[in-house]
Each structure stands twice: as C-alpha cells, then as structure tokens.
Design a protein around this ligand. Structure first.
Ligand code: SAM
Length: 217
C-alpha cells in the first residue's frame, strides 16, 4: 500500500506521542520504558492503516501492540485513528522492517503478525517478501523461544512461496488453512484487516499459516 504523498505527514509523525522515535534506543526496554508494564509485546509488520492492530489492542488490554509501517503517508492514517481511539497499549514505528533486529532485543517479542504483505512478484525481489527466509531469520532474533509468526494473505503465489520458505529457514509449520473464513478452528476469534475485508468481499479466499521454531534446536 502506498498512498499519495501527504504534505506534512512526516511532521505529524515526528510530533505524535503514538509513534516511537529513534526506536533503536528502546531495544530491550519496550515493556519498561515505552509501555510502563510487563505485558507481552506483539507486533504487526506492514501494518498499513492499523485497524487490525487497534481492534486487537481493544480486545486485549493486557497485551502491548507495536505497529510497523514503512510509509509516512500510510502511518499517518493509523495515527489519525489512534488519536480518536486513544488505546494505551498501542504504539507505532515508521521504519523498514529490514532493521527490526536493531529495535527489539532477543526474546522481546511474543508474536509477529504479517497481514497481506506486499507480494514483490519478481524473483529478484524475493528477499523483500516479509515471509521470506531472510525475514524469518530476522524474526528469529527478536521472537521469544515459543513465539509464533501468523501470516494471512489472499495471494496464492505469495502464500505458496511462504510455505516453501518455512523448512529451509528452520521453522515449523504449526497450522495452515487455504480458506480461513470457512475454517471453524483457525477462524475462531479472527480479527479482519482492512485488506482482508476488501478482498474477501470480492470473493477471494484467505490463506493463513502459523509458524514457530518448536521443531528446531
Ligand atoms: N496489513 C494491512 C492490511 O492487511 O490491511 C496492510 C497491507 S498492505 C498491502 C502492506 C503494507 O506493508 C503497506 O502499507 C507497506 O507499506 C507495508 N510494508 C511493506 N514492506 C514493508 C517493510 N519492509 N517494512 C515496513 N512496512 C512494510
């Protein structure tokens, strides 16, 4: 998702109390310094306009949520929503997730959500795909031992690619569905993202996996 450049969005982000500036300085300190509690931290990478994360945060006030988004114009929309909702357990970072291991310490993150990640269809761009083995190795550095990555998409090619990456990356496939909304077990408690609502309303099936490092050493 890339919205038209919105004048002043960088300034709004810089001034917002909902965004964390210089996030590298919070490495290892998120619970204590950013949220002021000892609750688990869950992050969404490629959050877009942030509704999924904020809906989850409202349902789970004892969990801290951090939304990561690369583009200011998109993050601005999330900030505007959060200004209305004022959820105490939500913060945002504007950054490229490539550098995620500079921002969170080993085991600092409890769960990672990837929702409707950009497909980067050209082979030479495979490393940029958020469920690629390169990104899984970054997640490995920040996720607690029994933590999971949950990935949803309607893009079959991207989902097939993501499934193929799991084993070579040393991860384990815990659960998978090719039709989330008609899978009573995996759909239980499902919170829809903006893209999920849009694409499922067009009749697209939603794919989801949950992966962990349970099987690895
Ligand atoms: N997750 C939202 C949803 O499901 O409605 C938004 C999906 S949108 C297709 C993907 C988002 O991921 C875009 O806003 C894009 O800017 C962001 N994104 C892609 N690559 C990223 C990266 N490396 N770091 C941070 N954000 C990224």
């Amino acid at each position: 998702m890339r919205l038209r450049n919105i004048a002043g969005s960088r300034e709004v982000i810089a001034e917002s109390t909902f965004t964390v500036k210089d996030p590298e300085t919070k490495k290892g300190l998120w619970k204590k310094e950013v949220f002021g509690n000892s609750n688990p931290i869950r992050i969404e990478i490629g959050m877009g306009k942030g509704r999924f994360l904020m809906d989850l945060a409202e349902l789970n006030p004892d969990i801290n949520y951090v939304g990561i988004e690369k583009y200011s114009s998109v993050l601005l929309r999330a900030i505007q929503k959060q200004e209305q909702r004022q959820l105490p357990n939500v913060k945002f970072i504007r950054m490229d997730a490539e550098d995620i291991a500079d921002v969170f310490a080993p085991s600092e993150v409890d769960k990672i959500y990837l929702n409707f990640s950009d497909p980067w269809p050209k082979d030479r761009h495979a490393k940029r795909r958020l469920p690629s083995r390169e990104f899984l190795s970054r997640y490995d550095k920040i996720l607690k031992k029994d933590g999971v990555v949950e990935f949803k998409t309607d893009n079959k090619d991207l989902f097939d690619f993501a499934l193929e990456e799991v084993e070579p990356a040393g991860w384990t496939l815990d659960a998978v569905t090719y039709d989330l909304h008609n899978d009573p077990v995996m759909n239980e408690g499902n919170v829809m993202t903006e893209y999920e609502e849009k694409f499922s309303s067009l009749g697209n099936q939603i794919y989801k996996y949950i992966v962990s490092r349970k099987g690895s050493n």
